[in-house]
Design a protein around this ligand. Structure first.
Ligand SMILES: [Mn+2]
Length: 362
């Protein structure tokens, strides 16, 4: 089986990035009308867009339930960038629930969080190793971050289970290219001149050109990376995101998406209310600044980001405000195009198929 697989037939409920928020997932499933086994009286099927884990209080329980639903054939799922980090043992900000090396540092920021037993760890890796990168059928496409035709075609040729090895291989290619083109040397020179490193949020580095070039190269070279963490290009100013200073910024790829098939993604931290992105460690450009919270987006109005930033709930717990006020878990019901939120709120979406191109011309 390929890493690009077929979506089930019938009506779907496409669930956004969960990030360890197990209670929100249970609430959402109940509001959608699923029982705990994932059965729905109207024969609907759950679809997960990835980013099940990291930051939130109970990633093991989320993954255990997802595994149960997927293995019983009652749900399908694609990998998010956070699952790929886990598979590659790349311990990043918020992954201390899984990685020993990160526990202490993450405790301060995200605790309390459940950690998996040895048996759960093995189950998690076995489950994630088998997930596809994208799902498709005639009327819909689902991928974690970006639907890009060339990268989809490259990944279509890769067999199920090959994500970790293929991803590692591309990382090596990027590093080799950097060494051969002296980019690596220029990056080292940049770091010699900047003594504070790239993980100190209080110390903003100058724009490091070689770093920007390397980040963008590394991102765009690797088809698995493009599909699961999006399209990037060298930015104009350094920004702090995901625990480190970065120089390549996310691009709204949907503005160049001209296919007629709608795409549903997660990943991009959309929000219902205005949130302080810097406070949740997202210092980059807000790609939804000029998009209505419930609107379809992109050139043809046929792309929808269903990630409503549940991954920021740790901040609400820390600051003592109502958990879930700003950071929500949502599902997009298809073909109805209605949003169901974990707090019970139901919301229609707007602008599907809107002729934004024509509007821009006017
Ligand atoms: Mn993501």
């Amino acid at each position: 089986m390929s890493l690009i697989q077929t979506l089930p037939t019938g009506p779907l409920d496409i669930v956004g990035d969960i990030h360890g928020e197990f209670d929100a997932l249970l609430q959402l499933m109940a509001h959608l009308g699923y029982d705990s086994e994932g059965r729905h009286p109207d024969g609907r099927t759950l679809v997960f867009v990835g980013d099940f884990c990291d930051r939130g209080p109970n990633s093991p329980a989320v993954l255990e339930l997802a595994q149960k639903l997927v293995q019983s054939g009652r749900a399908v799922a694609v990998l998010g960038n956070h699952e790929i980090n886990l598979l590659r043992e790349d311990a990043k900000d918020g992954s201390g629930w899984f990685f020993e090396a990160r526990v202490e540092r993450d405790h301060e920021k995200f605790a309390p969080f459940q950690r998996p037993t040895l048996e759960q760890r093995q189950e998690i890796v076995a489950f994630l190793s088998k997930l596809p990168i994208a799902l498709e059928r005639q009327d819909l496409r689902v991928v974690h971050a970006a639907w890009q035709e060339a990268q989809i075609e490259a990944v279509r040729r890769l067999p199920e289970g090959s994500v970790r090895d293929e991803y590692d291989r591309w990382e090596q290619v990027a590093q080799q290219q950097a060494r051969e083109s002296a980019l690596q040397e220029r990056m080292e020179q940049e770091l010699e001149k900047w003594a504070h490193g790239l993980e100190n949020s209080q110390r903003q580095p100058p724009f490091l050109h070689a770093h920007a070039e390397f980040e963008a190269n590394k991102q765009m070279l690797n088809p698995l990376k493009v599909l699961t963490s999006g399209v990037e290009q060298g930015g104009a100013a350094p920004f702090f995101s995901g625990g480190k200073w970065r120089f390549a910024e996310r691009m709204p790829w949907w503005d160049a998406y001209t296919d007629s098939t709608p795409v549903v993604v997660g990943h991009y931290w959309r929000r219902v209310h205005k949130i302080d992105r810097g406070a949740v460690g997202k210092g980059d450009v807000d790609l939804f600044e000029h998009t209505h919270p419930f609107a379809w987006h992109g050139q043809r109005g046929n792309v929808f980001c269903v990630d409503f930033s549940a991954g920021g709930r740790w901040l609400e717990r820390k600051s003592g405000v109502t958990v879930g006020h700003d950071f929500k878990l949502a599902a997009l019901r298809w073909p109805e195009r209605v949003l169901q939120f974990d707090d019970g709120h139901v919301q229609g979406t707007t602008g599907f198929g809107a002729e934004e191109v024509a509007q821009k011309v006017l």
